[in-house]
Design a protein around this ligand. Sequence first.
Ligand SMILES: [Zn+2]
Length: 134
Amino acid sequence: MNNWRDKLYRFMQGRYGRIDELGRFLMYLLFGLLLVSFFVRSSIFSLLILLVLIYDYYRILSKDISARYQENQHYIQAREKVRTKWNKLTGSHRDSTHRIYKCPTCGQKVRVPKGKGKISIHCPNCNCNFIKRT
Ligand SMILES: [Zn+2]
């Protein structure tokens, strides 16, 4: 056991190393791919796993810290975009002050404030009113 720690320390010095958001995502991705590869016997998954693994280690061992940092920022921005799109798609945005009701007559979505008790909601599309508890 002669100074392998020192060697490792010297090797890692000045390298990016730390696991950031993108690194964590890559880890999850790797884990997911591994799981899928148990069920789906396809060489594509093995190749994907290898590519992700290489990219992950490339980032960890990289000495270009600012480039890795930029990558991570891009990833975070892209993730936020996907998240907003997904929320819009599923209509499950975290709005705790409002609720969305569908007009029973025409199906128009109407946004109403939460916590007002039983209220009559006016649909701007077909001009009907319906009662809901908010
Ligand atoms: Zn309506």
